[in-house]
Design a protein around this ligand. Structure first.
Ligand SMILES: [Ca+2]
Length: 267
């Protein structure tokens, strides 16, 4: 990946973005080639800390194809005058709250990585926003996350996301969405669940007791996968794979041998 980067030397565990970068990229879920470039400073705490946050100043980032870190495909352009975020709790903790202050920001995006796909655009002169979520991630095969965000300020925009990542790494993906819209203030709603079909079913009285710990979505997904395999297998045998052709001649002589003893006792 021929990428030019000027990075400020640091011994800190906090992630410091380079002052200037740019060049060709390759990667993401689709393995697309691309270009990325940017400037500015961002200091961000590691995501596994309970108390975290970030500070950005005079920061711009843009990519088309694949992002600089090689994890995202699509396109995004974003410029931030100044931004500061504080966070208590992590993504997989039972509760997480964050607060952000932003001055002069504009951005647009249509992108997807292995966990989330997002389209949206926003422009901000000055804004304060907050977000809170409760999560049962890491407890069962049908965990869910519900989040609510609000903002107030001279800003406008909308962002829509689809979620399909496995944040708690238990083998069950969390499917869901984030919908956000704002004009001089706004709201953002997040819902993610390892079992969205089961969540709907569990609203029926008594269904929760019947279903117990069953993940309905995973079962339906497996059924679709099994049906796909069966169709694939039938398709292969119709067109005769190498193994099927060997079996057919071996099976054919059997009825002929069986018919001879039948004819014997007749006369
Ligand atoms: Ca999961």
């Amino acid at each position: 990946m021929p990428m030019y980067e000027y990075r400020t030397p640091t011994q800190s565990p906090y992630l410091t973005d380079p002052v200037l970068y740019g060049g060709q990229t390759q990667g993401g879920p689709l393995g697309l080639p691309g270009y990325a470039g940017g400037f500015g400073v961002q200091v961000q705490s590691p995501e596994d800390r309970i108390f975290g946050g970030s500070i950005s100043a005079m920061k711009g980032d843009a990519f088309i194809g694949t992002s600089r870190d090689g994890k995202t495909n699509g396109a995004e352009a974003k410029i931030t005058g100044a931004s500061m975020t504080g966070r208590i709790g992590r993504e997989t903790d039972p509760a997480m709250v964050s607060a952000t202050g932003t001055l002069l920001e504009a951005g647009a995006r249509a992108k997807a990585d292995d966990k989330t796909a997002t389209v949206g655009a926003n422009a901000t002169l000055a804004e304060i926003s907050g977000y809170g979520q409760v999560s049962s991630l890491g407890n069962s095969s049908h965990d869910s996350v519900v989040g609510l965000g609000g903002s107030l300020g001279i800003s406008a925009g909308t962002n829509w996301s689809a979620h399909y990542g496995d944040e708690d790494g238990d083998g069950y993906r969390e499917y869901g969405f984030t919908a956000g819209i704002k004009a001089l203030g706004g709201l953002e709603l997040t819902y993610k669940s390892e079992d969205p079909l089961g969540d709907v079913a569990r609203t029926v009285p008594g269904a929760s007791w019947l279903l117990g710990d069953t993940n309905v979505t995973h079962g339906v997904g497996n059924a679709i996968s099994d049906a796909g395999s069966a169709i694939g297998g039938a398709w292969n045998s119709l067109w005769g794979g190498g193994d099927d052709k060997k079996e057919a001649p071996a099976a054919a002589p059997e009825p002929a041998q069986e018919s001879e003893p039948d004819l014997g006792p007749m006369p």
